[in-house]
Design a protein around this ligand. Structure first.
Ligand code: SF4
Length: 321
């Protein structure tokens, strides 16, 4: 087996809140192969975005290790580390409006990374900016416009060009479509899919919308209260979820199932999501799980392989032990 492009081992990110600790990401391990799109799904507050930010050094990890092409990434990123890894790893943000500087034109925003992190001269930078405008479906007339003069979808296209102009190997897409109208979401997902194919990108695609994640990703990782509870091939996880939380998430997904390939039995969850300040000792999902057993309240289940064939499915649940 090839070395993964990204290998996350036992990664944790905790935040101190007074006397309390928020375990936003807790002992997460996940590897991503070169050229693969992994969708990361879960409810708000599950730690998805924190995992993405910690992966790129935007948040400082509390524990664990991250390897990029086999080399360990720093615990604390200094300016030289950001410079060094900018060409390798980038992020596309959720809200294109707040992540774009309102005083810079589209051309300046897209070209900024090249000015900071490449040796190209002015005219080569200008050429590359024009190429990328076209690649993301904008045109040369858009160069001198400011973010407020664009629609939400166009602003996300600018955000994508800004992140990809350095041609990084790995991109974290942090809910890149959730701030957009439904009609525009599919266009942006298609654009990312096209760019992935033409550039050989590797993506961690963070989203709420499971049907969109299934469409765009090769594998899906399901996160609940800072932990991964299921990982597998996207279609398999979507049509045959194993973990009760995945069933709940998919049951609450509004997408109709035109092929009737999966019986959409809605899983009734009971109880509220526990506070991140007070994570249960056993399975984190136990207070909401219709299948909870005595052991679930005491012992935290770990991810185990539950099916092979052409799908190495990992599930953290005592039902599969
Ligand atoms: Fe439900 Fe127990 Fe599985 Fe947790 S470990 S998801 S409580 S059955």
């Amino acid at each position: 087996m090839n070395k993964p492009l990204i290998d996350i081992r036992n990664l944790s990110k905790h935040f101190d809140r007074g006397r309390h600790k928020i375990r936003a990401v807790d002992d997460v391990s996940l590897s991503i192969e070169a050229g693969e799109i992994v969708g990361l799904v879960g409810e708000s507050g599950s730690g998805k975005s924190t995992l993405g930010r910690t992966l790129l050094g935007l948040d400082r990890k509390t524990a664990g290790e991250i390897f990029y092409k086999g080399s360990k990434l720093p615990t604390v990123y200094r300016a030289k580390d950001f410079h060094r890894y900018a060409r390798s790893m980038q992020m596309i943000f959720q809200d294109p409006y707040s992540s774009l500087n309102p005083r810079m034109t589209a051309g300046e925003i897209i070209g900024e990374a090249l000015r900071l992190h490449s040796d190209l001269n002015k005219s080569d930078i200008a050429k590359r900016i024009e190429e990328w405008l076209v690649k993301v479906g904008l045109n040369i007339d858009h160069l001198g416009r400011y973010p407020h003069e664009f629609s939400g979808g166009q602003r996300q296209r600018i955000g994508i060009a800004r992140a990809l102009i350095l041609e990084p190997d790995f991109v974290v897409c942090d809910e890149p479509i959730s701030a957009l109208d439904v009609s525009v979401q599919a266009q942006i997902v298609d654009l990312l899919g096209e760019l992935k194919r033409s550039l050989g990108l590797t993506l961690l695609f963070i989203a709420h919308d499971l049907s969109m994640v299934r469409y765009v990703s090769d594998r899906m990782a399901v996160m609940y209260l800072g932990s991964l509870v299921e990982i597998g091939r996207s279609d398999h996880v979507f049509f045959d979820p194993k973990h009760p939380y995945t069933e709940l998430l998919i049951g609450s997904n509004p997408e109709p199932d035109p092929n009737q390939e999966r019986s959409r039995q809605k899983v009734q969850s009971i109880g509220e999501i526990p506070s991140q300040l007070d994570i249960p000792a056993g399975c984190r999902f136990a207070n909401r799980c219709p299948h909870a057993m005595a052991v679930c309240h005491d012992v935290n289940p770990v991810l185990r392989i539950v099916s092979h064939e052409d799908d190495e499915r990992l599930v953290a649940c005592h039902l599969y032990e």
